[in-house]
Design a protein around this ligand. Structure first.
Ligand code: HEM
Length: 399
């Protein structure tokens, strides 16, 4: 039977989005040479133990593929292990504090309001709000012109626009795929390098300047570290939050009783966002490399194996969540791991949650009749490592 997931163009590998469950929580895939981890307790074990499960996954990639990433690894927190990870995280956290984020609320509300002023009796959620809002916020925060967002979109879309699953067994194909992605990231890096150089000469009140000047225990960030970190912020800061905003509206639209509850009681807005993160986890996949042999989910995993940790599947594990395939904004507890967990826990989570709360409240305030267009259904980003609405046409007038 065709499910909604089929008509939305959801990637075939994402079986959990069709309500299916894995045969086992941890499984080696001989076709790709990778270990897939789908279970919640197993994901928890991995994320809590960076010594056994290292984030330096690049050392296990075939040389031809790894060399594509070399230029971007310095300053890329996501792929670093302790103690270097801790030093760099401390330095950048210094510039990206909870206060910096909390102070953005009025500006986020103003921007969301302006974007919604531009719509008529219908809107396309992604183009009209979910894409521009986070990208303008992160661009303004970094201090690069928000008007360049068309360029960022071009580069990032070209990077994401594939539905191929990563594999260790077809090196030529992976080299080709990663070369395309890296070429696009390279354009973003060069763009940011120029802006960072400008801030060194002429400091301003922005995050790029703070990064250039950040100092902890006498050390500063190198030029590559600043640029690569800004790069991670710009990419992570918009594609995932775009997904969160679009996915949350789709979750509410397809679950009318939940939608009615949130409309009736706005204190449920944060819970609606947390549940959307669990149900449609935007950043579906993170990876780790084993440093020694380890028992995981009843399997013995040797050292130097690449683990594909499907956060989105773990967030649907019935051992952790009652009725995992039901979107329920009144779950008594929701320890979803869409932002990861442990030392790499998403640095941007407070910003993503804030943008989600402001945007959803504003949509509910302005459009009491907001619903999806029955004649023009949603589509999803094809990449297996994302869960993200790509297009969601909405009607705004009474039926
Ligand atoms: C790390 C998800 C928004 C910046 C992570 C990780 C996940 C994640 C799963 C952990 C990666 C790992 O363990 O390997 C998300 C989701 C978001 C979101 C689902 C939106 C809904 C943001 C935003 C920013 C951001 C808005 C910045 C403005 C980062 C950074 C890290 C990170 C810098 C690396 C932290 C570290 O390695 O110590 N994110 N993210 N993210 N995220 Fe996010």
């Amino acid at each position: 039977m065709a499910t909604a997931a089929d008509t939305w163009g959801i990637n075939e590998a994402q079986f959990w989005l069709r309500g299916d469950h894995p045969e086992q929580p941890v499984k080696f895939d001989p076709a790709t040479g990778l270990w897939n981890v789908y279970g919640y307790p197993e994901a928890h074990q991995i994320l809590s133990d960076p010594k056994t499960f290292s984030s330096d996954t690049q050392r296990l990639l075939p040389e031809k593929v790894a060399k594509n990433f070399e230029a971007f690894s310095e300053g890329n927190l996501v792929n670093m292990d302790p103690p270097e990870h801790g030093h760099l995280r401390k330095l950048v956290s210094h510039a990206f504090t909870p206060k910096v984020v909390a102070d953005l609320e009025p500006r986020i509300a103003e921007l969301a309001g302006e974007l919604l002023d531009g719509v008529g009796d219908r809107m396309e959620m992604v183009t009209d709000l979910a894409y521009p809002l986070p990208v303008i916020v992160i661009a303004e925060l970094l201090g690069v012109p928000a008007s360049d967002r068309g360029l960022f979109r071009e580069w990032v879309d070209a990077m994401l626009n594939n539905n191929v699953q990563f594999t260790l067994t077809d090196t030529d194909e992976m080299e080709k795929q990663t070369a395309v992605a890296v070429e696009q990231v390279g354009k973003l890096t060069e763009y940011l390098r120029e802006h960072a150089a400008e801030r060194r000469r002429k400091p301003r009140e922005d995050l790029l300047t703070k990064l250039v000047e950040a100092e902890v225990e006498g050390s500063r960030l190198s030029e590559n570290q600043v640029v690569n970190f800004a790069n991670v912020l710009l990419i992570a800061g918009h594609i995932t939050t775009t997904a969160l905003l679009g996915n949350t509206v789709l979750c509410l639209d397809t679950n009318p009783e939940q939608y009615a509850k949130v409309r009736a009681d706005r204190s449920l807005v944060p819970a609606a966002i947390e549940e959307s993160l669990r149900y449609f986890s935007p950043f579906a996949l993170v990876s780790r490399a084993t440093t020694e042999e380890v028992e995981l989910g009843g399997q013995t995993v040797p050292a130097d194996q690449l683990m594909m940790l499907w956060l989105a599947a773990a967030n649907r594990d019935p051992r952790q969540f009652t009725d995992p395939d039901t979107y329920d904004v009144t779950r008594p507890a929701n320890p979803q791991i869409a932002f990861g967990r442990g030392i790499h826990f998403c640095l941007g989570a407070p910003l993503a949650r804030l943008e989600g709360r402001v945007a959803l409240n504003l949509l509910l305030d302005r459009f009491p009749h907001l619903r999806s267009d029955p004649d023009d259904g949603p589509t999803f980003v094809p990449s297996p490592s994302m869960t993200a609405v790509r297009r969601l046409p909405l009607l705004l007038t009474p039926r």
